[in-house]
Design a protein around this ligand. Structure first.
Ligand SMILES: [Cu+2]
Length: 143
């Protein structure tokens, strides 16, 4: 090792490395990956889906046109839905699924909520890609 260092210092000292292209062998690996894409169910061609803006006390009507290949329901997470369970979303608990190529209009009443909540699919695995935010602003004139 000492001899190699000495030789390197001599070569550098007399300028033999100037202008030379040096190749070195290092322990590098070559990696191959397969990236496979596939489609997923989203809302309004967006992931996450559309943001719903309302004020506390408002009522929103959300018309769901299911153009996907699976039945779906939507749940308005954290919205209490007093006396309005048919718009709460759990599939086969409070409603049947919105089947492909059909629609259903949800009536979502924001009586007591404020802040940011979210909506999501409440049927099988569609919740992984069908979701979005609900921004509930204070009642007009309040903070
Ligand atoms: Cu939920």
């Amino acid at each position: 090792m000492g001899l190699l260092l000495l030789l390197l210092r001599i070569l550098l000292g007399i300028g033999l490395f100037k202008g030379m292209l040096l190749f070195s062998l290092v322990g590098a690996d070559v990696h191959y990956y397969d990236f496979v894409t596939k489609s997923m169910v989203v809302v309004n061609e967006s992931f996450p889906g559309s943001v719903i803006h309302v004020r506390k006390g408002d009522t929103a009507y959300i018309d769901v046109h299911n153009q996907g290949p699976y039945g779906v329901t939507l749940q308005w997470h954290g919205v209490k839905q007093h006396r309005n369970p048919w718009s709460d979303g759990p599939a086969y608990v409070t409603q049947c699924q919105v089947e492909p190529n059909t629609n259903f209009t949800y009536e979502v009443i924001f009586i007591s909520e404020d802040g940011t909540l979210w909506w999501h699919a409440h049927s099988d695995w569609t919740r992984s890609s069908v979701h979005g935010a609900i921004v509930i602003h204070p009642t007009e004139g309040t903070t």
